[in-house]
Design a protein around this ligand. Structure first.
Ligand code: WTA
Length: 662
């Protein structure tokens, strides 16, 4: 025993491998009956009617699941509904004056903005009318390239209202990334803003959007939100329209929500894959909305009276599902914060939880690891007792970080849900139900009820408990992606070719492969180990190594490049680039900087290489494949495994030596 009670507590937590859901949580939880697993199993797929019942439908659906054409599964077919109606209109009678969005800007001297459901409804209607004035019609893809300003969810809901799918491009992505996505989706409308604040500086954004538009092959009408006021004078082109003008011109206008088929596209979200070309993941109105609403209720335990906070960016799927669509469909208050957790001080998040009495916090392991590094004095300085539930998403969470979160943020009173899912799955898939299952730090938990998740070997046979294998989903679910935009073939080859009998029209022969490795324990708890494809997970953000490599080989003087992920204490993974120069080019500092800048320009600052290692050769197998594993080991400073099948074994030591020099 030590004199410091904190040290004892840490020691006790350290030894604990499983935690029971707190009693006071279970008593009030939305889901607390353990029979739910058996009931859903016995009643599949009809069990998902309950999820659809959480929504208001204009037309009831005829069929829960149409599996006649696998893997093109369809859900709630024949039904009609509107997502903006479900997120807004239906709450007006009872909750019109309650806050829908609490928006907190980064500057601390700026007034925060509260949008009640009535106010949000009003502005969404006015902007929906504005979009129509511009010519936007149902099924036109509208691109949203915006940071965390309230006009982002407003624009999403305005699009949904008129049946125009949105495609949100993360504001931190580069101009090139914007152009690629607008071209791929044939998107003729862009909503963006003049700029935003980051750590006290006003960053310009419109010029970046304009650079992107220069690479778009067709005409684009652009709407510009004024975030910075006079702080930044943005360029104005002939196709630019001020957001404020469009809204003012439609003051008080209401727009009838357009009834959409359950299977109509609600939005597209581009995500990184193994090839350079990002994948346009298509989500639909009925299945997606049911899924995110049900999981928000069952896993995040959201109730209308809550002040719920997901600190993700809406530019990623987590923000779509769990800042906007799920929480608002449930009529709760969703908190939105513009800035970073360490501005102006490292206690900004805790100050917000305290000031707003937040009831849930849903964040990423990378953030938790940063909080740990900063120290527990920051949360300790605030009253966090309003919190009832904590969640994480985006990457595996190590047990130490889990326990720190549980203790220092949750005060051992809040269940922690570690939720595994993907852009493609629409919403959560593997996680404990916080009012039902015990929690095992480091393991996400069992699959949600009604799902059939198996961990298999390369042949598709289940692996033994505790052994690493591949995660597979053996049954469709309502929130699943329907296809890749305009590319059914790639949809099948990317997700369904590995473990399915692709010639079969029996739905049971089709297995979804998310490209993650995992293991399972004797209780059926799944620990997700990470991606098994060439996709990196940097601070919970998916980045394709091919995208980064193709940017690097575009730099004059670069002959060949290989990008891998190396371990990083806070980011989880960091980008390591191994580069071979062309004859006549020196592997010098200016070239290194040029490579780093080029990656930032091509993708965005999140893809910035941690290290650029110049090497005369890359380790390759006899058949000429780059041995990425070895490069990863080198990045991690690990002992190098078997190099006997290498064509050029000596090179490995040389590269390892030059990484050591860095
Ligand atoms: C990883 C984010 C371990 C995984 C919602 C997945 C996780 C990829 C977890 C999807 C978790 C997400 N534990 N790994 N709880 N959650 N991942 O599309 O590798 O940005 O395939 O969706 O993140 O990333 P995406």
């Amino acid at each position: 025993m030590s004199d410091d009670p904190d040290v004892d507590l840490e020691a006790r937590l350290e030894e604990t491998a499983a935690f029971q859901p707190p009693e006071q949580f279970v008593e009030q939880a939305n889901v607390s009956d353990p029979d739910i697993y058996e009931e859903f199993e016995a009643n599949w797929p009809a069990c998902w009617e309950g999820a659809a019942d959480l929504l208001d439908w204009d037309e009831p659906y005829d069929q829960v699941l149409d599996d006649s054409n696998p893997p093109f599964f369809e859900w709630f077919t024949g039904g009609q509904l509107n997502a903006s109606y479900n997120a807004l209109d239906r709450h007006l009678d009872e909750r019109g004056d309650e806050a829908a969005i609490e928006w907190i800007g980064e500057p601390t001297d700026e007034a925060n903005r509260t949008y009640t459901y009535a106010e949000l409804h009003r502005e969404v209607n006015e902007f929906a009318a504005g979009l129509r004035d511009l010519g936007v019609e149902a099924d036109d893809v509208v691109t949203l390239y915006m940071p965390m300003v309230p006009e982002l969810p407003i624009a999403m809901l305005a699009c949904a209202r008129i049946g125009a799918p949105h495609s949100v491009v993360f504001a931190g992505f580069s101009a090139d990334a914007l152009a690629t996505r607008m071209n791929a989706a044939d998107s003729e409308y862009l909503i963006t803003c003049d700029g935003y604040y980051r750590r006290g500086d006003a960053l310009e954004h419109k010029a970046k959007a304009d650079d992107g538009l220069a690479g778009v092959e067709h005409d684009v009408e652009t709407v510009v939100v004024d975030r910075l006021g006079d702080a930044y004078d943005h360029p104005t082109g002939e196709h630019d329209h001020a957001y404020a003008d469009l809204v003012a011109a439609n003051e008080g206008t209401t727009v009838e929500p357009v009834s959409r088929d359950a299977e109509d596209m609600l939005f597209l979200m581009y995500t990184s894959g193994t090839t350079g070309e990002p994948k346009g993941v298509k989500h639909t109105t009925g299945g997606y909305l049911s899924w995110v609403t049900w999981t928000s209720q069952a896993v995040l335990d959201i109730e209308p009276e809550d002040t719920y906070w997901c600190s993700a960016d809406i530019g990623w799927i987590t923000g779509h599902s769990y800042i906007v669509y799920g929480p608002l469909s449930l009529g709760t208050t969703s908190v939105m914060y513009e800035g970073t957790p360490d501005f102006p001080e490292k206690d900004r998040l805790w100050e917000i939880v305290d000031a707003y009495d937040c009831t849930q916090l849903y964040t990423a392991p990378t953030a938790i690891r940063a909080f740990m590094k900063w120290g527990s004095e920051y949360p300790a300085a605030h009253d966090l007792s309003s919190l009832r539930l904590l969640g994480t998403v985006g990457e595996p969470i190590n047990p130490r970080a889990w326990k720190w979160y549980y203790k220092h943020i949750g005060d051992e009173d809040c269940p922690v849900v570690d939720t595994w899912w993907q852009t493609e799955t629409g919403g959560m898939m593997v996680t404990t139900l916080p009012g039902v299952g015990e929690m095992k730090p480091g393991s996400a938990g069992p699959p949600l009820p009604g799902l059939d998740v198996r961990i298999v070997d390369v042949n598709g046979d289940p692996v033994e408990e505790g052994r690493a294998g591949y995660l597979t989903v053996n049954r469709p679910w309502p929130g699943m992606l329907r296809t890749l935009y305009d590319n059914d073939e790639r949809f099948v080859s990317e997700y369904w070719s590995e473990y399915s009998d692709t010639d079969s029209d029996d739905p049971d022969d089709w297995v979804y492969f998310p490209e993650d490795g995992a293991k399972i324990d004797e209780d059926g708890y799944i620990t997700v180990l990470g991606r098994v494809d060439d996709v990196l997970n940097v601070s919970g953000h998916r980045l394709g190594t091919m995208e980064i490599e193709s940017a690097i080989v575009g730099v004059p003087g670069v002959a060949e490049a290989a990008v891998v992920g190396g371990h990083h204490d806070v980011k989880g993974e960091a980008v390591y680039a191994y580069v071979i120069t062309e004859d006549g080019y020196d592997p010098d500092e200016p070239l290194r900087e040029n490579i780093i800048d080029t990656v930032e320009d091509a993708i965005g600052p999140i893809a910035r290489p941690e290290a650029v290692v110049f090497t005369p050769e890359l380790p390759k197998t006899r058949s000429g494949k780059i041995m990425r594993r070895l490069l990863e080991d080198i990045a991690n400073g690990e002992a190098l495994g078997d190099t006997s099948t290498l064509r050029n074994p000596d090179i490995v030591d040389d590269i390892a030596a030059s990484v050591g020099d860095d």
